[in-house]
Design a protein around this ligand. Structure first.
Ligand code: IPE
Ligand code: IPE
Ligand code: MG
Length: 248
C-alpha cells in the first residue's frame, strides 16, 4: 500500500512501541467475552505490522503480555497464550516473505513450553531478515528488566570483571532486553488510559507519547498513520531550546 501524502517519508520514527490496550472493553461493549476482543486484536496486529513495514519503520515493539497480566484469570491467560501460538504459526510464511525479523523482550521462560518452542522457532527462522524488526514484549515488565540488569552488572562487579566507575548509561542499556534496539521514538497507547503500565520505563525517556481512546481492535492502518502524522508534527527538543533545535 502506498504511503499517504500526509506522511513525510523522510521522518518516519525508527522505533514505534505500542501498548495494545482495550480488547476486553471492546468486547464487553458488544456483550461478548473478553477473548473475543483479544481475537479481534490479532487483526489489528496484522494490519499495523504490515503498515509499519510499508512506512519503513525499523522496529515495532508490541506490548502483548505484561508481568502483571499473569494475575488475570487462568482461562484468559490460557486464551491469550493460545492466540499467540496460533498467530506465530500463521504468520511465519508472511514474515519470511516480507523480511520481518521476530524478536522478543521479557521473561519468556515463564511462557508455556509449547508457546515458547513456537516463539523460538519463529525467531530462528526469521533471524536474518532485515526489513522490519517485530519485537514482542511477552511476560515483560520494565521494573523486572531493570532488576535483571542490576543483578547482571552487580555480578560482574563482584567477580572483579567490572569497575563501578565503568557503569554508565551505555552499559546499563547493554544489559536490558532491548540492548540491540534503538530507543522508541514514538510510544502509542490505545484504549483511553494514560499510563505506562510498566512498559519500557528506561527506554521511553525521550519517546513522544501518543494516547488515543480508540480500542486496540479498532486501531487499524488509518489510526496508525494518524499517530505517525501527530509524531511528525511534534518538535523533539531533548532538553534544548526551540531556537537551538531550529539552528540544528
Ligand atoms: C489489552 O487489552 C490486551 C492485554 C493486556 C493482554 P485488555 O485485555 O487489557 O483490555 P481492557 O483494558 O480490559 O479493555
Ligand atoms: C498493559 O495493559 C499491558 C498490555 C497491553 C500487554 P493492561 O490492561 O494490563 O494495563 P493496566 O492494568 O490497565 O494498567
Ligand atoms: Mg487493559
Amino acid at each position: 500500500m502506498p504511503i499517504p501524502d500526509s506522511i513525510d517519508p523522510e521522518s518516519i520514527p525508527r522505533h514505534v512501541a505500542i501498548i495494545m490496550d482495550g480488547n476486553g472493553r471492546w468486547a464487553k461493549r458488544q456483550g461478548k467475552p473478553r477473548l473475543f476482543g483479544h481475537k479481534n486484536g490479532v487483526n489489528s496486529v496484522q494490519e499495523v505490522v504490515e503498515c509499519a513495514g510499508d512506512l519503513g519503520v525499523e522496529v515495532l515493539t508490541l506490548y502483548a503480555f505484561s508481568t502483571e497480566n499473569w494475575k488475570r484469570p487462568a482461562d484468559e491467560v490460557g486464551g491469550l497464550m493460545g492466540l499467540l501460538k496460533i498467530y506465530l504459526q500463521k504468520e511465519l510464511t508472511k514474515m519470511v516473505k516480507n523480511s520481518i525479523r521476530l524478536t522478543c523482550i521479557g521473561n519468556i521462560a515463564k511462557l508455556p513450553k509449547d508457546v515458547r518452542e513456537v516463539l523460538e522457532n519463529t525467531m530462528r527462522q526469521t533471524a536474518t531478515n532485515t526489513k522490519l524488526t517485530l519485537n514482542l514484549a511477552l511476560s515483560y515488565g520494565g521494573r523486572a528488566e531493570m532488576v535483571r540488569a542490576i543483578r547482571q552488572i552487580s555480578e560482574e562487579v563482584c567477580n572483579g570483571d567490572l569497575e563501578v566507575s565503568a557503569i554508565d548509561e551505555t552499559l546499563i542499556d547493554s544489559h536490558l532486553y532491548t540492548a540491540e534496539l534503538p530507543d522508541p521514538d514514538l510510544l502509542i497507547r490505545t484504549g483511553g488510559e494514560a499510563r505506562l503500565s510498566n512498559f519500557l520505563l528506561w527506554q521511553a525517556s525521550y519517546a513522544e507519547i501518543y494516547f488515543t481512546d480508540t480500542m486496540w481492535p479498532d486501531f487499524r492502518r488509518d489510526a496508525f498513520c494518524a499517530a505517525i502524522e501527530e509524531f511528525q508534527s511534534r518538535e523533539r527538543r531533548f532538553g534544548k531550546t526551540s531556537a537551538q533545535v531550529e539552528s540544528g
